[in-house]
Design a protein around this ligand. Structure first.
Ligand code: 5AD
Ligand code: SF4
Length: 468
């Protein structure tokens, strides 16, 4: 039994997809009323994959639960970007094993980026025999098949259908107001530290016509915000002859008239002035750019294979700040890359002091199997790496707070997404420039874009109230 080939030109409604499964003898009797628990590690790409996985499970009759203990099926959608991701997974697997001791029929399933790593799959097979299903990032569409055709032992589907882009995918989206929209899969950049090109394959862009259809459909269904998703969105279309550039795609998406358009992640090397102009030109393209720096030292950037120098990064950064009014720019930085000297690290601090990023994700270098950086001599001690991370975070946090304090007293448009986790008398949402705000008086406006006056600033969030 195979999944239907999605050849139709338009996006199907959920009912139509369900009908297709029924026509193909996809019976949901086996799993009707069964419960699934899904745990997602890592980036937005995984979060969005989990939305697809959830949809597929629900076509089989599964219902989602929030507690592991209530589950008949556990899905662990894994991340491989740093070593600690492995430790987290194995820790959680221990809990699953414990549950399976009392619940013999429990199905345990591992997917995501770690499932694309040969060593990990072998390790699971030998050390974790109670895992039932392993499927890779290219095999999500096989999930219903695997569950319906389960044989004894561990089912493994981690073939790489690289080249192939599936269209008309349905999702059980976590939000009713904002949606992820994949524009490309994989990455061709091969930064020397990064495992993504190995776990997600080479870059495959979706056709712009399909992306635009999806955005139109989301808009018709009341979505207020889309985030165009890819590992290097700026390289969008380069792998398809005659396809739009990212600047052109962004412009077309803006012209659909959806209230808000965002995009992640950007690579400075592929970021053109034309793209900056489009961001500046359209009011519904949000003035928020996540622009990973990785290091402020041109020597280290070269070793990382990032293809830009410190000066080129700064030039682009300044161009964005100058042209895009009210912008916020965030970044990713790795400390302790092999060969990083104190001088290199000081270059990173210099760039941070010059750019004054709105915020940043900071990491200690983690050698990943099979990447070029794994073979480079790691001559920075762990103590030194931790010390650098600490010093870097102090500076980053200082600027985050300054940026947030500058918001106090000002009014911003905020898309209210739901009830605040910290205080259930408030709603939470994000400003155009991606600042998290907890909003007093916001509960009646969830799902709407409202004017919010900022009353207080913390390092990682703002407090505000509906503008009177
Ligand atoms: N070690 C540490 N950080 C890494 N990142 C990617 N690979 C590694 C690694 N091997 C960071 C980069 C990237 C972010 C998603 O994760 O900063 O932008
Ligand atoms: Fe990894 Fe570099 Fe591709 Fe980003 S651009 S996913 S860091 S290889």
């Amino acid at each position: 039994m195979r999944l239907p080939d999605h050849k139709e030109e338009r996006i199907r409604t959920n009912e139509e997809v369900e009908q297709i499964y029924l026509d193909q003898n996809y019976s949901n009797e086996v799993y009707s009323g069964k419960k699934y628990f899904i745990k997602t590690y890592g980036c937005q790409m995984n979060v969005h994959d989990s939305e697809e996985i959830s949809y597929r499970l629900e076509t089989l009759g599964f219902e989602k639960v929030e507690e592991l203990e209530d589950a008949d099926l556990v899905i662990l959608n894994t991340c491989a970007i740093r070593e600690n991701a492995h430790d987290k997974l194995y820790g959680f697997l221990g809990r699953c094993k414990h549950l399976k001791d009392t619940k013999k029929d429990l199905i345990i399933c591992i997917c995501g980026c770690m499932a694309q790593e040969e060593r990990v799959v072998n390790e699971i097979l030998t050390k974790y025999p109670y895992v039932d299903i392993v499927f890779g990032t290219h095999n999500i569409h096989e999930l219903q098949d695997m569950l319906l055709n389960r044989v004894k032992g561990t089912d493994i589907e981690v073939y790489s259908y690289e080249g192939k882009v599936y269209e008309n995918i349905n999702y059980k989206r976590d939000s009713k107001v904002k949606a992820w929209v994949n524009i490309q899969y994989g990455c061709d950049k091969f930064c020397t530290y990064c495992i993504v090109p190995y776990t997600r394959g080479k870059q495959r862009s979706r056709k712009s016509s399909e992306i635009l259809k999806e955005v139109e459909c989301l808009k018709e269904n009341g979505y207020k915000e889309v985030t165009l998703l890819g590992q290097n969105v700026n390289a969008y279309g380069k792998d398809i002859e005659g396809e739009l550039s990212f600047a052109e795609l962004l412009e077309s998406v803006a012209k659909t008239g959806i209230d808000r358009v965002r995009f992640v992640t950007s690579h400075p090397w592929d970021f053109t002035s034309e793209m900056v102009d489009i961001i500046a030109k359209y009011a519904n393209v949000m003035p928020y750019i996540h622009l990973p720096l990785q290091s402020g030292s041109s020597n280290i950037l070269k070793l990382m294979g990032r293809k830009y120098t410190k000066e080129e990064y700064l030039k682009l950064y300044k161009e964005i700040r100058e042209k895009v009014k009210g912008s916020s720019i965030t970044t990713d930085i790795i400390v302790g890359f092999p060969g990083e000297t104190e001088e290199d690290f000081n270059d990173t601090l210099d760039v941070v002091n010059e750019c004054k990023f709105d915020s940043a994700f900071t990491f200690i270098f983690s050698p990943r199997e099979g990447t070029p950086a794994e073979k480079m001599e790691d001559n920075v001690s762990l103590k030194e790496k931790e010390d650098r991370l600490h010093r870097l975070n102090d500076v980053i946090n200082k600027y985050s707070l300054i940026h947030n304090e500058e918001c106090v007293g000002k009014t911003f448009k905020v898309l209210l997404e739901g009830v605040s986790e910290k205080d259930d008398t408030k709603a939470f949402g994000y400003t155009d420039h991606m600042k998290l705000v907890n909003v007093k008086g916001g509960l009646d406006y969830i799902g709407e874009i409202v004017d919010v006056t900022i009353t207080d600033a913390k390092s990682f969030s703002l407090d505000g109230e509906i503008k009177k």
